[in-house]
Design a protein around this ligand. Structure first.
Ligand SMILES: N[C@@H](CCC(=O)N[C@@H](CS)C(=O)NCC(=O)O)C(=O)O
Length: 343
């Protein structure tokens, strides 16, 4: 036993000395390939959507770009694979994608039985309901007997059943896998209600509304019926890769807290603040501990922006979605976004 302990400790020390502590097969594969394969959704404006040049943009896309910047020093070494709600976990489990960054709720079963490892929360959300104004409904409590459009393989489907049962109401589900088809069904009046994460409702209403529907024709009811902490996940089994994903997101949040932006990051390299020096690698060590370049946060912020910049650009008041920071404000501003210290 003693001998075993000694051997394990020696092996660990040797790994640490060689700088390859806990290196795993997933990170090795990403490095060997020279790119990150990132599973995203098939098109939810603000979170992951192709712009007019065919480039994927959005809050979830920015997480992939940040991880790419941390590993390769270049945020563009990413291949994007669109996945429906139903396909997404198989895509990650089978190795088709390295990371899932796709409005996916962190739940116990997904984090355990499904073999995923959640690495943080890039958007605190909750489930809501959208209806046509013509329906004349002001509260979800008035939805007894309604026909409800919903996507399968989601927490949405489960919460919907729980909510109606708890409120002694009935509903008729219209379950459709493809997001554009579920939206079309809703706009065509095949269901009274569309339910998903509130972010998805804002996104659908603001940017995906196919003509002739108009955003003003629809209202989002006030009830938020669940907790949907959305965040990136990886397969279990490669701790270092999971750490890089986790700390890339934290780096964006920490940069916002310390006022480091894509615009001022070069000036910030001259900062005498010891925390900023550690974050930006002017005092080396943090990158080395994570197994990436000491300039990792500099590269993330310079190329992708801090969390607040990404939020505003993609889903915030400056975007068509116009979502307030709310729960996604920093903890110093009354929200839940809180990064452990980079030290
Ligand atoms: N957060 C929920 C729902 C996620 C979800 O898939 N939502 C739909 C509606 S916004 C979606 O993203 N669809 C896009 C797609 O299928 O590509 C979950 O993790 O189960």
């Amino acid at each position: 036993m003693r001998k075993y302990t000694f051997t394990a400790a020696a092996a660990l020390a040797a790994m640490l000395a060689s700088g390859s502590a806990m290196a795993g097969k997933d990170l090795d594969a990403v490095k060997a390939r020279g790119s990150l394969v990132c599973g995203i959704n098939t098109g939810v404006a603000g979170f992951a959507q192709q712009d007019d040049k065919g480039k994927w943009v959005g809050l979830d896309v920015d997480v992939c770009r940040a991880v790419s910047a941390a590993i390769f020093g270049d945020s563009e070494k990413v291949k994007y694979v669109p996945t429906t709600a139903q396909q997404r976990f198989t895509a990650l489990q089978s190795g088709e994608v390295d990371i899932l960054s796709r409005n996916t709720t962190w739940t116990l079963q997904r984090d355990t039985a499904l073999g995923l490892d959640f690495t943080g929360v890039n958007y605190y959300d909750g489930q809501g309901f959208m209806v046509s104004k013509k329906l004349g409904v002001k509260s979800a409590k008035e939805l007894n007997g309604a026909t409800v459009c919903v996507q399968p393989g989601t927490t949405t489907e489960l919460n919907l059943a729980d909510y109606f049962r708890a409120n002694k109401m009935t509903f008729k589900p219209v379950v459709i896998e493809k997001v554009e088809e579920v939206r079309a069904a809703f706009y065509a009046g095949r269901c009274d209600v569309y339910t998903t994460d509130a972010s998805g409702l804002y996104s659908t209403r603001a940017a995906n509304t196919p003509p002739p529907a108009k955003p003003d024709d629809f209202i989002i009811l006030p009830e938020i019926i669940s907790k949907e902490p959305l965040g990136p996940s990886v397969r279990q089994g490669d701790n270092q890769f999971a750490d890089i994903v986790r700390w890339s997101l934290y780096a964006m949040i920490e940069a916002e807290e310390y006022g480091i932006t894509s615009k001022n990051v070069d000036d910030m390299l001259k900062s005498e603040n010891p925390t900023i020096k550690r974050i930006l690698g002017t005092t080396p060590g943090m990158g080395k501990a994570l197994g990436v370049d000491d300039k990792w946060v500099y590269n993330i912020v310079k190329q992708v922006g801090n969390y607040g910049e990404s939020f505003e650009r993609n889903v915030g008041m400056g975007s068509p979605l116009k979502i307030e920071r709310g729960l996604n404000a920093l903890w110093t501003k009354g929200g839940l976004q809180y990064a452990p210290p980079i030290r």
